[in-house]
Design a protein around this ligand. Structure first.
Ligand SMILES: Nc1ncnc2c1ncn2[C@@H]1O[C@H](COP(=O)(O)OP(=O)(O)OP(=O)(O)O)[C@@H](O)[C@H]1O
Ligand SMILES: CC(C)(CO)[C@@H](O)C(=O)[O-]
Ligand code: BAL
Length: 351
C-alpha cells in the first residue's frame, strides 16, 4: 500500500479535469500527478511493471496484467487511444471505449505470489488515463504532413509487414510509447505477441535511445491469448464483427497454421503463402453468400532481426544462431482489419 494520505490526495488531484468512473484503483489523468505516485513507489523501493493499452480490455490484455502482477511489486496500466497511430481514414472515432467496464475488469484481477511467510495477493496499483492534450502538448494532427512537434521514427523497421498498409502507424506507436515510458519509468513493460512487429520495434527503440526504464531486455513479449473454441486471437477490434464476421475471423490463424505446416514440410515460401491464401479464399467465397466481403491483406515470412521478407526459399536446417522467423498476416472482414502471427522459434530469443 502506498502512503494512504498521498494516495487519496492524488486521487482527488487526478479527477479534477475529467469526470471519471469510480474505481478502487487510483486513477491519474496527468503526468504530474502520476509522477508523484511513481516517486513514492521509488522511495518505497517497489518494482513497477507497466502494461500500455488502448482500453476495451479483454483477456489478452489481462494476460499481460497477470504477468506484470506476478513479476513486479506494483503494476500500472495505461489506457490511451493514441490519435497519432491512426491514419485519417482509420477508426479513431469509432474505436471501442469502455472505461467503466475496463476498470471493473481490472479491479477484479488479482495474482497470488508466494512470500517468505505466506502469500501476497497483488492487484493493479494505478491506472494512467492521460488526455490527448497531456500526451501531445504541441497538439496532434492525424495527417503526418500537418504535424508539428516531436515524433519518434524507428527507421528501417516500420515499412514492412503492418507498415505496408499502415505507413505512419509505427511512427505514432513509437512516439506515444516513448512518452508513456518517460511518464511511467517502469522497471518492466509488457506487450502482446499479437502485435509482434510493435514488440520488436519497441525493443529496438529502447536499444537505440539507450533507454533505462525499461531497459530493452525488460520489455517482455507475452504470447497471444486466443478464444479457446476457435483460436481467434483476442483483439479489441473483434467487437466490430457481426456474427458472420466472427465465424469467418478464425480463418486467419488457420491460414497461418497451414503456411507453417507447408514450411515445415519443406515447401518454398511462395507455395506456403499460396496455400494460406487458399484458406482465406475458401472462407471468403463461403461468406460471400451472406454478403460479407472478406479479403486477405497479406501473409508473409520475415526475418525477426531485420524484418525483411524472406526470399522464395525453403526451410533451412535450424541453426542455433539464426533468429526466429515471423509468419504473419492480416485480413479484412468487411471494414474490420485483423492481424495475427506465428513465431517460428522461441519468443524468448526475439531481440
Ligand atoms: N490476444 C492478445 N494476446 C496477448 N496480448 C494482446 C492480445 N491482444 C492485444 N494484446 C496486447 O495488449 C496491448 C494493448 O493492445 P490494444 O489495447 O491495442 O488491444 P488490441 O486488442 O491489440 O486492439 P486492436 O484490436 O486495436 O489491435 C498490446 O501490447 C497488445 O499486443
Ligand atoms: C502500445 C499501444 C498502447 C500504443 O498506443 C498500442 O499500439 C497497443 O495497444 O498495442
Ligand atoms: N494493438 C495495435 C493497436 C492498433 O492497431 O492501433
Amino acid at each position: 500500500m502506498l502512503y494512504p494520505a498521498l494516495r487519496s490526495s492524488l486521487l482527488t488531484m487526478s479527477t479534477t479535469t475529467t469526470v471519471l468512473p469510480s474505481s478502487s484503483i487510483p486513477l491519474f489523468t496527468t503526468v504530474a500527478a502520476f509522477r508523484q505516485w511513481r516517486q513514492a513507489a521509488r522511495k518505497e523501493n517497489k518494482s513497477v511493471g507497466f502494461v500500455p493499452t488502448m482500453g476495451a480490455l479483454h483477456d489478452g490484455h489481462m494476460s499481460l496484467v497477470r504477468k506484470s502482477l506476478a513479476d513486479n511489486d506494483l503494476t500500472v496500466l495505461s489506457i490511451f487511444v493514441n490519435p497519432a497511430q491512426f491514419a485519417p481514414h482509420e477508426d479513431l472515432t469509432t474505436y471501442p471505449r469502455t472505461l467503466p467496464r475496463d476498470l471493473e475488469v481490472l479491479s477484479a484481477e488479482s495474482v497470488s505470489v508466494p512470500s517468505t511467510t505466506d502469500s501476497i495477493i497483488r492487484t493493479t496499483s494505478a491506472v494512467f488515463l492521460p488526455t490527448v492534450q497531456e500526451m501531445y502538448p504541441s497538439g496532434i494532427d492525424q495527417n503526418v504532413a500537418a504535424q508539428q512537434g516531436t515524433f519518434i521514427e524507428v527507421k528501417g523497421y516500420s515499412a514492412q509487414m503492418e507498415g505496408k498498409t499502415r505507413p505512419s502507424f509505427f511512427r505514432g506507436v513509437a512516439t506515444v510509447v516513448t512518452k508513456l515510458f518517460n511518464a511511467v519509468e517502469p522497471d518492466n513493460a509488457y506487450f502482446g505477441q499479437k502485435d509482434i512487429q510493435q514488440c520488436l520495434i519497441i525493443k529496438r527503440l529502447a536499444r537505440d535511445i539507450l533507454l533505462s526504464h525499461p531497459s530493452p531486455h525488460n520489455i517482455h513479449i507475452v504470447p497471444t491469448a486466443r478464444d479457446p473454441a476457435s483460436n481467434l486471437a483476442l483483439s479489441s477490434r473483434n467487437a466490430y464483427l457481426s456474427a458472420d464476421g466472427r465465424n469467418a475471423a478464425p480463418a486467419l490463424y488457420r491460414a497461418l497454421r497451414v503456411a507453417e505446416q507447408a514450411w515445415t514440410d519443406g515447401l518454398t515460401k511462395s507455395v506456403c503463402i499460396q496455400r494460406a491464401a487458399e484458406v482465406i479464399r475458401e472462407t471468403a467465397s463461403a461468406a460471400a453468400n451472406g454478403d460479407l466481403e472478406i479479403r486477405l491483406d497479406y501473409i508473409e515470412f520475415n526475418d525477426s532481426d531485420s524484418l525483411e521478407p524472406l526470399g522464395d526459399v525453403r526451410c533451412a536446417e535450424p541453426n542455433s544462431n539464426s533468429p526466429p522467423l515471423l509468419l504473419s498476416g492480416a485480413m479484412w472482414i468487411g471494414k474490420t482489419r485483423l492481424i495475427d502471427n506465428i513465431v517460428l522459434g522461441s519468443l524468448e530469443s526475439l531481440r
